[in-house]
Design a protein around this ligand. Structure first.
Ligand code: 5GP
Length: 199
């Protein structure tokens, strides 16, 4: 599992490492959120209506599901089981609620938390194109802090201060799972970073 607040660079990192690591694929989640410009159904997400999502949920079609920022997200049980049957490892890009559910099911799962290098970088990334009102940015920052408050639950934490280096660390983690993996919990910067990122 890979979790991160929005603005930490998780999706770009995952897309990058997928091309570098053998035998790994990324699960495509179902969501009730509307597609953003450029997003493709079946590639970024399976975009479904609330009724369809609830029907699937009742039929036990999700390995895990959660409400995130007001929308529902779920990981398809069938999709993941089929991928695992072919011998591949599966990356789930999910929030802390989903990660908790997956830990209960797969005791051999591994979770990685990605943190931004500073509060200012996070704010700048959340500002995006600068089209959002300040209160919207503050809401996103608060949501990011809520997500980040769960960083300790992960097996590994990576601080994404340099994209290429973080990519390499993530690649090593996925390649070796733990053996020669880097783990930023030994990074002396981590404790002071956490005190600035979280209230
Ligand atoms: P976004 O809508 O910006 O793509 O994702 C919003 C949040 O939902 C992110 O934190 C992402 O990790 C989380 N998310 C995406 N897919 C799933 C899923 O299938 N399950 C859970 N629990 N969270 C998900």
């Amino acid at each position: 599992m890979i979790s991160a607040p929005s603005g930490a660079g998780k999706t770009s990192l995952v897309n990058h490492v997928l091309h570098r690591v053998n035998n790994v694929c990324a699960s495509v989640s179902h969501t009730t959120r509307s597609p953003r410009p450029g997003e493709i159904d079946g590639v970024n997400y399976y975009f479904v209506g609330l009724t369809e999502f609830e029907r699937m949920d009742q039929e036990n079609a999700f390995l895990e599901s959660a409400k995130v920022h007001g929308n529902l997200y779920g990981t398809s049980r069938l999709w993941v089981e089929n991928a695992l049957k072919t011998g591949r490892n599966v990356i789930l890009e999910i929030d802390w609620q989903g990660a908790q559910q997956i830990r209960d099911i797969f005791t051999d799962s591994c979770s990685i938390f990605i943190l931004p290098p500073s509060k200012e970088t996070l704010r700048q990334r959340l500002l995006g194109r600068g089209q959002d009102a300040p209160e919207v940015i503050e809401q996103r920052l608060a949501a990011a802090q809520e997500e980040m408050s769960h960083w300790r639950e992960a097996d590994f934490v990576l601080i994404n201060d340099d994209f290429d280096i973080t990519c390499q660390k993530l690649t090593n983690l996925l390649d070796k799972r733990s053996g020669q993996a880097f783990d930023d919990t030994t990074n002396p910067k981590l404790q002071s970073l956490i005190t600035t990122l979280l209230p």
